[in-house]
Design a protein around this ligand. Structure first.
Ligand SMILES: O=C(O)CCC(=O)C(=O)O
Ligand SMILES: [Fe+2]
Length: 203
């Protein structure tokens, strides 16, 4: 039960999360720098609301998104999805900040813009073949603190939550995408905008 989870107030992380799945780094980016970067990205990124097929209905994704990648990744992936934008100096700076911590050189980033508490991402794992097995994904958050929930795919009672704070970095790794699902749930409490960037290696 999410309501019953005990939070470490200084970390915003529920206790008992198995080792080797996630690394949480608060304040990767400072308060003011983060606000400036978020405002810049919200204003300049070509945000799109995607349409997904749900059984016989077409539904708008409850958030805005965009993706950026290097030119090589572009050549390969544009066969399968909408074309990414090419890296901007601001995104390259953020990428350079997370890479030494993640120990990975990323070639793409997916941006999600949650306008308010009605925006969300449903339970899923990022286990598409293009990400390989046991991918390391670096997730940077700005703006509204939202709960990042994970649950075990087989035993849904194994469920944990991390509050992703403004300027924080969450490294997802190990078997997280294979054995666990994650989501950002909708909230009935009033919520401001939140920006999330997930740096990925697409092969
Ligand atoms: O917004 C987040 O923190 C998570 C986003 C996510 O799971 C995804 O883009 O795959
Ligand atoms: Fe995800």
């Amino acid at each position: 039960m999410m309501e019953q989870l005990a939070f470490f107030p200084e970390q915003g992380k529920s206790s008992g999360i198995p080792d080797g799945l996630m690394e949480y780094v608060p304040r990767l980016v400072g308060q003011a720098d983060g606000q400036q970067l978020m405002a810049h990205l919200l204003a300049t990124v070509p945000w799109k609301q995607k349409i997904v097929q749900m059984y016989d209905k077409q539904v708008l994704t409850p958030r805005l998104s965009a993706w950026y990648a290097d030119a090589e990744t572009y050549d390969y992936t544009n066969l399968r999805r909408s074309a990414p934008s090419l890296w901007t100096p601001e995104l390259l700076r953020l990428k350079a900040l997370v890479e030494p911590i993640a120990g990975v050189c990323f070639n793409s980033v997916l941006l999600n813009y949650y306008r308010d508490g009605n925006d969300s991402v449903a339970w899923h794992s990022d286990n598409e073949r293009a990400l390989g097995t046991h991918p390391t994904i670096a997730s940077v958050s700005f703006g509204q603190v939202r709960a990042f929930d994970i649950r075990n795919k087989v035993d849904h009672r194994q469920k944990y939550s991390v509050k992703l704070e403004h300027g924080s970095l969450l490294i997802m790794k190990g078997s997280l995408q294979q054995d666990w699902e994650h989501r950002i749930a909708k909230s009935t409490r009033p919520m401001g905008p939140r920006l999330n960037l997930t740096f990925r290696v697409v092969i």
